[in-house]
Each structure stands twice: as structure tokens, then as C-alpha cells.
Design a protein around this ligand. Sequence first.
Ligand SMILES: [Zn+2]
Length: 266
Amino acid sequence: MPASRLYRLNTAEWTLDYSAAVQLQNPGEPFPGWCPCYLIEHPEGLVLFDTGVSREMAADPEGYGPTGAPHMAELLQTLDLSVGRSPVEWLAELGYEPSDVDHVVLSHLHVDHAGNVDAFPDAEVIVGKRELRYAFWPDGVQRLFYLDGDFAPLRAPGREVTAVTGEHDVFGDGSVVSFPTPGHTPGHRSLAVDLGSTSVLLAGDVANSRAGYEEGLVASFAWSLEDSLESIRRVKDRARAADAEVIVHHDPEDQSKLPDPPEALE
Ligand SMILES: [Zn+2]
């Protein structure tokens, strides 16, 4: 059974130096990246793919989570929340409560993807097992992007977390499938969505820009260059086989291929 609708819900725009977002390209130029999440309606349940940036964190980085994130203060100077909304606000606009979400599927646990997870305490969270473990003890520059305020709530008693390794078919019918695309982070995953008349492949951060995706230029802070390039190839192969449109997560032009809410891709 295919999924019925896919909504793209932008939570913010975050501007990085272009050469950080896309390996050594255009140093000194801005790269204004969207930070969306996606709502997928399926006859058997509601899926949220990624949860965007936490407004609570943006308002008080030092007080965020068990250990705080004071280093975010500088990075937050280029975060523009006015262009987006929180996933909870978006859901309300579409007539849903947070408790209506059955599954939260995460591409990875970086700050621009896994904020707001605590807003969905009733949902099953589907996340890469390796990602979960790495998030608590990342290496070097990766430490900047993993905030325990985002993912510590997943350790709460009674929280339903499904830590996955290989492919994971959310409804068991091939319509919403999370698959491993490591490289940006160790447990990074992308999502294939079959809407019947059309198919979309939400690539996540296998690359940050369309040009980077085409040319194999990934984020300068990627965990593994070799794995990143293999994952880009995996996404391309899969998209070709399914005749799916690939959406590069932070690329504004790619995001413009999806309708603005309340319109959805059907
Ligand atoms: Zn990202």
C-alpha cells in the first residue's frame, strides 16, 4: 500500500560558510540551507521524518539539556527561525496533535535534524543503532553538532526506540523505507517514500547541495569521506531503480520541488 501524502515542513534556515557545507567550494560565500522535516500520511499511520531545529535550544543554548550547549551561541547567529515553524506548530496547522504521530524516523542525530524529539513521547522513534551510540561520544568536530538535549530524552523509561541497522520497512509494504547511508555520520540513513503515482527519495545529508550530490562533494565535517561517496552512489542507484526524485535535504532549490504546506505531494 503506498503512502498518501508527503508534506515538507521547514523549521528554519541556517547559513553556514559555503566551504563548510560543501567541501572547499566558494570559501567566504554564504550557504543558506533549509532545515526541514517531513510528514508522511499513510493509511496505517503517520510518520515524521526528522524533527528539525529545537526552538528551546535556540532560545537558551546554555540551559539546553543535561549538559548545555554554550558553543551553539555563535553558530546560532546565522540561524533564522522566522522562515519556519516547529514541527508541532506545523502539525497543528494541518489538524494534527503530536500524539497523532505514530513513527518518528530520524536521518541522524545532528542538531538541525533531531531537535524536538521530546515533543513526540508517544511515537516509536526509528534511528540507526550506530548513530544512537555515536551521538553520546562523537569525535572532534562532530561534537559540535550532537547536543544531548536533543537525544537524551530517548533514554527516558518507557520510551519506544527502535535502533535499526540494515533496511527498515516502516509499514512492511515497501512504501516508507529507511536505509543506511553512512558517511555524513556513522549511522546516517535516508528515506524512500512510495506515493503510488510518484516516488521520492529523501536523501538527508548525504550531500548538502544539489551540485555536491551530483559531483560527490560532501560537508567538510563529514565523518567519513569514503563512506559518504559510497552512500551518494547508493542513493543514485536506488533512485534510478525506483524512478524516484531525490531531494537533497538542505538545498533550497531541491526543497522548492516539493509543494509549500498546506499543499502536499500526493
Ligand atoms: Zn543537516
